[in-house]
Design a protein around this ligand. Structure first.
Ligand SMILES: Nc1nc2c(c(=O)[nH]1)N[C@H]1C(S)=C(S)[C@@H](COP(=O)(O)OP(=O)(O)OC[C@H]3O[C@@H](n4cnc5c(N)ncnc54)[C@H](O)[C@@H]3O)O[C@H]1N2
Ligand code: MOO
Length: 532
């Protein structure tokens, strides 16, 4: 059975809108595991007493995998003061590399799809490249009635009228008409096209055929003039435009055989956690890996190529080796970012001599996320990486490798993906940064006193025709139910946002709600710290 149409659970289809509605109106007793929602007196999970915090990762990891070297570490230190403000972290990620990866000419086809134009797409021809009939009917010359000309009199091959692809050699004399098809070249001398359904023909006394049009045929009617869409040399699209199926079509129409595009960044996904299962039901304290299946397609949508996901044991040596030997432009790890007994990302980065560019972010969820430069900025061979491995890498020597460490809690990982990975990949792939949009909130959202919150929202059109964003429940760090029903993540500044207040949105690749400029949203003024 087509998996898209296979019934879930009770066999009833729940639409995404229904799922969003459900996430908006939770029954409190049905979501006992939801992170505490912020009350009117202050925020929820971030600054709650220890008992209400997400459980430290030590308790979540399998007890059968004792932590090796790190077991003797002292209690996790609270590194909050060193954490970067959210928009500073995003800027740091976007600016971690000087610019896009190498550019190359790529044939117009699937290989170009998702890459980004390295130069402007300028028309190589006028479009249309000749005056074209927009309809099936007759090309006519001057006011009617017209004497219908035998097609072969203008173009020898045109027995059924002038067809698309044929070139009429002789001009159409004044007072004459000739059968013509949509897309055919207008013969010289023709002033308009009369649609088949608008003309009437009668037999003339001399045996010829006369055409008349009750509505007339004003000059230019149903003719697409040469250059109507563009002139040779016009800029059709600026550099930085992602190649979509429509861009491929436009490029072909404009005369291109290949496109000059930036190389897609290659991302290797390393999923950490001995407690993770890859099939079946959670059991005996072990849970399903929710990030492996999610990250690769999400990264593809952001224009990256992926290696993995590779599932690694909770072992610092294994992690070190995997990072050191990776030839990817960006390594993304999941889990292990905190300071629990089997959280090995920091120790492995230290051993690699990596430079931490962002070490924690003032954002909820996801504050332990990090960004590191793996290769020294001076281009020398990094510690732990042999010359042979360095030579195997397909990367430009100018572009150092980076690592984005996503926290293990699934929504925290999404937060890290959009805060650090998306801006970094945006710069590497050469994408224009989407203009941040601000949309009014349908309900107030409590904020954290110091940190930005990213909250899943569903966008809808209100009764006045404006777009509003409804904050969704099930937005705890370990939950994906809210984001799966969402159109975007709303950026809630420290202190929160009131009902009706505009909030910046971070778009999700499958939902245009946050970035579509044709939606009636409020342009971002950056006024409330919501720089997206
Ligand atoms: N003492 C403290 N403990 C924790 C803090 C803190 O500030 N002080 N922060 C908490 C927060 S917030 C997060 S987020 C996590 C981040 O921890 P890690 O990045 O080290 O992640 P893990 O400990 O490996 O896992 C956390 C949680 O997520 C589950 N997980 C991991 N990978 C996956 C996956 N692929 N699919 C589904 N679920 C996954 C894992 O089982 C844990 O339950 O640290 C808190 N602790
Ligand atoms: O709450 Mo943590 O912030 O899940 O990343």
């Amino acid at each position: 059975m087509d998996p898209w149409h296979a019934p879930w659970g009770n066999g009833r289809h729940e639409t995404r809108a229904e799922a969003a509605a459900e996430a908006r109106t939770p029954e409190p007793e049905r979501q006992p595991e939801q992170e505490p929602q912020p009350g009117p007196e202050g925020p929820g999970s971030p600054d709650l007493p220890a008992a209400a915090e997400p459980q430290p990762s030590a308790q979540a990891h399998s007890p059968s995998s004792p932590a090796p070297a790190a077991a003797s570490r002292t209690a996790p230190t609270h590194r909050h003061s060193a954490h970067s403000p959210w928009h500073v972290a995003r800027e740091a990620a976007a600016g971690a590399v000087d610019g896009p990866l190498e550019a190359a000419a790529v044939a117009l086809g699937p290989e170009a799809l998702g890459r980004v134009l390295a130069g402007a797409l300028t028309a190589l021809t006028d479009l249309p490249s000749f005056d074209t009939s927009a309809m099936d009917g007759w090309a006519v010359s001057g006011p009617g009635p017209w004497r219908v000309t035998a097609p072969s009199s203008l173009a020898p091959a045109a027995t059924a009228g002038i067809l698309a692809g044929q070139a009429p050699a002789r001009p159409l004399p004044d007072g004459h008409a000739i059968r013509i098809a949509t897309g055919a070249r207008i013969p010289p001398g023709a002033s308009a096209v009369l649609r088949s359904e608008h003309g009437e023909t009668v037999q003339a006394a001399d045996g010829g055929v006369l055409l008349s049009a009750p509505g007339g045929a004003p000059p230019g009617q149903d003719i697409r003039p040469r250059g109507q869409e563009c002139r040779n040399g016009d800029q059709l699209l600026p550099p930085g435009t992602p190649v979509t199926p429509a861009v491929l079509g436009l490029a072909a129409a404009a005369g291109y055989d290949e496109l000059w595009t930036y190389r897609r960044p290659v991302v290797e996904i390393l999923v950490l956690g001995d407690e993770l299962l890859h099939s079946g039901l959670p059991h005996e304290g072990r849970i399903r890996d929710a990030l492996g299946p999610m990250l690769a397609p999400w990264l593809h949508a952001l224009g990256a190529e992926t290696i993995g996901p590779r599932h690694l044991a909770d072992d610092e040596g294994v992690l070190y080796e995997a990072i050191a030997s990776s030839t990817a432009d960006v390594v993304i790890t999941t889990g292990g970012t905190a300071a629990g007994p089997v959280d090995h990302v920091h120790p492995a980065l230290h051993r690699l001599g990596a430079e931490l560019l962002v070490d924690g972010v003032q954002v909820r969820p996801g504050h332990p996320m990090l960004l590191a430069r793996l290769d020294p900025a001076d281009g020398s061979t990094p510690r732990g990486r042999s010359a042979k491995r360095a030579a195997r890498s397909a990367r430009s020597p100018r572009t150092p490798r980076h690592l984005v460490g996503l926290p293990g809690n699934p929504l925290a990982a999404v937060s890290g993906l959009l805060t650090l990975a998306e801006p970094l990949l945006g710069t590497l792939s050469g994408r224009m940064r989407p203009e941040p949009r601000r949309v009014r909130l349908a309900d107030g959202v409590h904020g954290h006193p110091h940190d930005t919150r990213l909250v899943p929202v569903a966008c809808r059109t209100d009764e006045k025709g404006g777009v509003v964003a409804s904050p969704l429940h099930f937005n705890g760090p370990a939950m994906l139910r809210g984001i799966a029903a969402a159109d975007a993540l709303a950026v809630i500044p420290p202190g929160g946002a009131a009902e009706g207040e505009p909030a910046a949105l971070l778009g999700l690749p499958w939902s245009p709600a946050a970035t579509n400029p044709y939606l009636a949203t409020t342009p971002d003024t950056g006024a409330t710290g919501g720089r997206a």
